[in-house]
Design a protein around this ligand. Structure first.
Ligand code: 5AD
Ligand code: SF4
Length: 463
């Protein structure tokens, strides 16, 4: 590879094309990688043909992830060759959980890849670009370094959120729960929390840049236990209270939570902290005790029901969302019926559901009694039909009510603006750009297939 030396390239403009798969953590990480590359002159471009660097930020959580990555790499290789024929080089990097899990395999199958980096080492990306340029070979970095990647991120004015009203902020990484089916503990490593001071500083920078809503992210966000300014350990509830003190920060959300880590302080925060939005993603995965046990979830279906009762007692308008897996090894018709009963009992505003799929190296992969694909298909269909009905009912239940909407931008049609209700529903109204960044009361009049429409009921005080 014949890149110009990277040291001192601060002035040269280079195109960066980022392809992001998977969860919000990856969306956040992609923004962070963009930030750490900015001082090297990289700015985002939409077209990979214009890019001096392409990063695939991959997700390994579900089916055929690696295959999707290799097929995308095949396409990018053509672009890389075409650019090279014109005398332009392209750095190809694979990041994220597939990079962590497959490591060397990626370079074996796709030797034209320049950099393979796991989620723990994004702060080292500039150094890797330099190394790849110098060595003219591929660089692989999938360590779990002892230093916190959080400590190395740019400290300037949160450029990735410029102009955004709603932003993600990672406060916790990794997972020690080892659910039977899941790769996250292997790809993202052990649970680690970012210190409170650094979270608050980033939140303040975001708010100064116009952010009004922050979603705290973590694979196990409610297991947050960050070092407090007082030297003690702060939980997520305490962090939320401190964030709520930041003037201009109207809304706080967090995901993804584990039922086991939903402590009293956090439940009480839902009662006492108006900025904490009444929408909670709390995956339960199954409603059968024997499957929950096989999954190593550490709670029963009734534990979950009781937890939901307590949450709703604290915040009666709380809406819940969840993840479900059908066809985990050993799941019988009775187990599946128990899941359908749990859904019926709880009532979900939103849910994501998946057929179990084998992740090599996880305990469930080698378990006996794998469920036939046709059975998984049938169960998934029935489950999704019920969840869809609940979602439609929930969205219908806000029609004819007034809801505060945080406006985030323009809608698809001219003269239309879009925002979010407290329950994360997209709401469209007729209005002007002045609305962006404000919370206004909206009378919801119509339920559309995946959003709501309504109209402003009073002049909104502009921020
Ligand atoms: N098969 C199917 N679904 C899975 N998930 C995680 N691993 C698997 C797997 N092996 C789902 C879980 C998790 C969500 C992010 O992805 O429901 O909560
Ligand atoms: Fe995976 Fe379970 Fe950890 Fe969630 S709690 S990231 S499903 S191991």
């Amino acid at each position: 590879m014949s890149l110009s030396p990277v040291a001192g390239v601060g002035k040269a403009r280079r195109g960066l094309h980022m392809i992001t798969w998977g969860c919000q953590m990856n969306v956040y990480d992609s923004a962070r990688m963009t930030d750490v590359l900015r001082p090297l002159g990289y700015t985002p471009v939409d077209n990979p043909a214009d890019a001096d660097m392409v990063i695939l930020n991959t997700c390994h959580i579900r089916d055929r992830a690696a295959e999707k990555v290799f097929s995308e790499l095949g396409r990018l290789r053509v672009i890389k060759d075409e650019r090279r024929a014109e005398g332009r080089e392209t750095v190809l990097a694979v990041a994220g959980c597939v990079a962590q899990a497959e490591g060397e395999q990626i370079l074996k199958r796709a030797p034209y890849v320049d950099i393979v980096l796991g989620p723990q080492t994004y702060h080292r990306l500039p150094e890797m670009v330099a190394r790849a340029a110098r060595a003219g070979g591929s660089v692989i970095d999938t360590d779990f370094p002892a230093e916190q990647k959080f400590d190395f991120l740019p400290q300037d004015a949160a450029p990735q959120t410029a102009g955004n009203v709603s932003a993600f902020l990672t406060v916790q990484e990794g997972c020690d729960k080892f659910c039977s089916f899941c790769v996250v503990p292997y790809t993202r490593g052990a649970e680690a929390s970012r210190p409170v001071v650094s979270v608050l500083a980033e939140a303040r920078r975001m708010v100064a840049g116009g952010v009004r809503e922050i979603t705290l992210l973590g694979q196990n966000v409610n297991a947050y236990h960050g070092e407090g300014p007082d030297g003690g350990v702060w939980g997520l509830a305490r962090l939320a209270y401190a964030l709520a003190e930041i003037p201009g920060l109207d809304r706080i959300r967090y995901m993804t939570s584990h039922p086991r880590d939903m402590d009293d302080a956090l439940i009480m925060a839902h009662r006492d902290l108006p900025a904490l939005m009444p929408f909670l993603h709390l995956p339960v995965q199954s409603g059968s005790d024997s499957i929950l046990k096989a999954m190593n979830r550490g709670h029963t279906a009734d534990d979950y029901r009781r937890l939901v009762d307590r949450l709703r007692e604290a915040r009666p308008d709380l809406a819940l969302s969840s993840d479900f897996i059908v066809g985990h090894p050993g799941e019988t018709d009775e187990d599946f019926e128990a899941t359908m009963r749990l859904i019926g009992d709880v009532g979900f505003a939103l849910a994501y559901s998946f057929k179990y799929s084998v992740r090599p190296g996880t305990p469930a992969a080698g378990a006996p009694l794998q469920v036939a694909e046709t059975v998984k298909d049938q169960r998934l269909q029935a489950l999704q039909a019920l969840l869809r009905e609940q979602q439609d009912d929930f969205n219908g239940s806000v029609v004819d009510r007034v809801a505060p909407v945080l406006f985030t931008g323009r809608g698809r049609k001219p003269g239309q603006m879009v925002g979010r209700s407290p329950w994360l529903q997209a709401v469209h109204v007729d209005g002007s750009d002045d609305l962006v960044g404000t919370v206004c009361p909206v009378l919801i009049t119509t339920r559309l297939s995946n959003s709501l429409a309504g109209h402003l009921i009073e002049e909104c005080a502009l921020a």
